[in-house]
Design a protein around this ligand. Structure first.
Ligand code: GLU
Length: 267
């Protein structure tokens, strides 16, 4: 059960933010902004890790799919990131909340001085009751486009912020015993006490046509976060109101339980 949440990181993937056309799913984004604003009103600090820059930018530029070349993806991200922040600013603004954009690269997290600056900025935004909206800086950090994914980034951010909970909103209901698109006998696993080799093997590399992540990157993120003492939930982002059900103690998605210090030593 997820209880007494003080600080929550919510990661939302491209497939949850857009229609199959690649254009923004405004209805869903509005619901997400309303739910997160409401949680903030109740006293929970929320940070949003949002994908979508490259996917949304590609659609806005009239491209049929994500560009295959790096400059193409860089250019699409510049367009999509603007669109995303415009919509977040507008929608969170309608519910009385203020957004702040942070575009980070892997080196911002790996370099200790830059990491400290980043943490200071997060803390200040929380102090000001603003909602940090974070994405990779896809337009300049070329290697991040090729190797990076926001599942991993969201776990890193949750660690840096000392969050209690990481929610990964996806186009799949949670973690299944097999790929449900290929195997009818696949069942949702509601609770995972520990991520081990067998589980990592089950994840497989499923990739959507607009985002970069699949179940393997989500499981890697869950592993990183749970080892840092952060409860992690992979759940379907199609109805953001499910976040209320989760916080009411109902079973939603797959809950990867946080590991305590002792567990980590034995891992
Ligand atoms: N940063 C990428 C974007 O905003 C998405 C990365 C991912 O799909 O995990 O388009």
């Amino acid at each position: 059960m997820i209880k007494h949440v003080k600080r929550m990181v919510v990661k939302v993937g491209t497939s949850s933010l857009t229609y199959d056309t690649g254009r923004l799913n405004l209805r869903r984004i509005r619901t997400l902004a309303e739910v997160l604003s409401d949680l903030m009103n109740s006293g929970i600090e929320v940070a949003l890790v949002s994908s979508g820059a490259i996917g949304v930018g590609s659609a806005k530029l009239g491209l049929k799919s994500r560009p295959k070349d790096t400059p193409g993806r860089q250019a699409a991200a510049t367009v999509g990131q603007c669109e995303l922040m415009f919509v977040y600013d507008k929608m969170f603004g309608e519910y009385g909340h203020t957004v702040g954009q942070l575009l980070v690269t892997r080196s911002d997290i790996e370099n200790s001085e830059r990491r400290e600056n980043l943490v200071n900025c997060f803390e200040k935004l929380f102090e000001y009751n603003a909602i940090p909206v974070i994405n990779e800086n896809d337009s300049v950090a070329v290697e991040e486009i090729v190797y990076g994914d926001n599942d991993n980034l969201s776990a890193q951010v949750a660690r840096l912020m000392g969050a209690d909970v990481l929610l990964i909103l996806s186009d799949i209901d949670g973690f299944f015993s097999a790929n449900p698109a290929e195997d009818e006998s696949a069942v949702l696993i509601p609770v995972v006490e520990r991520i081990d080799e067998t589980l990592l093997h089950m994840a497989g590399p499923s990739v959507s046509h607009l985002g970069t992540g699949g179940m393997a990157t989500k499981l890697g993120a869950a592993q990183l976060a749970t080892q840092a003492g952060i409860d992690t939930i992979i759940m379907n982002g199609s109805n953001p109101e499910d976040i209320y059900r989760l916080l009411d103690g109902r079973q939603v998605g797959t809950h990867f339980k946080k590991q305590s210090k002792g567990d980590e030593e034995h891992a």
